[in-house]
Design a binder for this molecule. Structure first.
Ligand SMILES: NC(=O)c1ccc[n+]([C@@H]2O[C@H](COP(=O)([O-])OP(=O)(O)OC[C@H]3O[C@@H](n4cnc5c(N)ncnc54)[C@H](O)[C@@H]3O)[C@@H](O)[C@H]2O)c1
Length: 267
């Protein structure tokens, strides 16, 4: 990231205490932004902020709309808002409770909506700003055994592209980030039953993507006001294939589900 690219700008990151959010905070700091690192885990957010110049932290649960509004107001609306906080459940949909369905919708979808409701009208009034929503390749490719996650991430892609088309005339940018597996702690969270979430994220690949490389790509996309970041290249190819032949892609997804079930049965 070029130094000073974001100098004088405030950047609020949700879920900034770990993984992609923490990498975004680091890259934004290198770019000269004043970073507000927030997370449900306030201590983790504070640890990330402590290593950065000109950074603050706050405990923030994105499912709490009032709390999101307060943090946005505290910084007089950030110039850059990164709706990044997210959770996953990987496993059979038969094993998913209604409580888990509601939890993932609350964090991954309502959490983003809360950020937009708090900041977007202020950005429009100001005539500038940029919102980055971290979705996933799962927002473009419907992979089974990640069904609840796919549901929320597809919503984020739709929300982001629709909002972008409204926001452009107001001088506000919107970028949606759709990475495949990235090397962060989420890979080892959210396994339901015997299915392993890490295997679902990796989709047969050997290695997850480097988190700092992703953060740098995201900030380049923001600087260039690009609509989407879809990465890695194999993910872009799968997305293109899926748009040309959605039912063939779904057949491949069905095969993958079968393979994962067989692996789970051997455990
Ligand atoms: N790592 C990947 O492979 C990958 C791939 C595609 C998309 N993503 C998306 O990237 C985003 C960041 O994930 P990550 O990989 O860095 O995971 P992570 O688990 O390392 O970090 C997620 C952070 O979000 C926080 N969080 C969870 N619930 C919250 C809530 N209610 N309010 C505020 N913060 C909350 C957690 O405390 C954690 O610090 C997520 O939206 C995830 O879906 C990740």
């Amino acid at each position: 990231m070029d130094k000073n690219k974001f100098s004088g700008r405030t950047a609020l990151v949700t879920g900034g205490g770990s993984g992609i959010g923490a990498a975004l905070c680091r890259a934004l700091a290198v770019g000269g932004a004043q970073v507000v690192c927030t997370d449900l885990d306030g201590d983790a957010a504070a640890r990330v902020a402590a290593d950065l110049p000109d950074a603050r932290s706050a405990r923030l649960d994105v499912t709490d709309a009032d709390a999101v509004q307060r943090v946005v107001d505290d910084v007089d609306c950030p110039d850059l808002l990164f709706n990044n906080a997210g959770i996953v459940f990987g496993g059979e949909t038969t094993d998913l409770t209604l409580g888990q369905w509601n939890q993932i919708i609350d964090v991954n979808l309502r959490g983003v909506v809360h950020g937009i409701a708090a900041a977007y009208p202020r950005m429009v009034a100001r005539g500038s700003g940029h919102i980055v929503n971290v979705a996933s390749l799962a927002g473009l490719l419907p992979s089974g055994l990640l069904t609840s996650y796919v549901t929320t991430k597809h919503a984020i892609v739709g929300l982001s592209l629709a909002l972008r088309s409204e926001a452009a005339a107001h001088g506000v940018g919107v970028t949606v980030v759709c990475p495949g597996a990235v090397d962060t702690p989420i890979l080892d969270k959210g396994s339901v039953g015997r299915i392993v979430a890490r295997d679902l994220f990796l989709q047969g690949k050997q290695r997850p993507y480097d988190v700092d490389r992703l953060a740098a790509e995201v900030l380049r996309a923001v600087a260039a006001d690009r609509a989407m970041v879809v990465t890695p290249r194999s993910g872009r190819l799968a997305w293109r294939f899926g748009r040309a032949a959605p039912l063939l892609l779904n057949r491949a997804a069905t095969r993958f589900v079968g393979q994962q079930r067989a692996r789970a049965a051997e455990r």
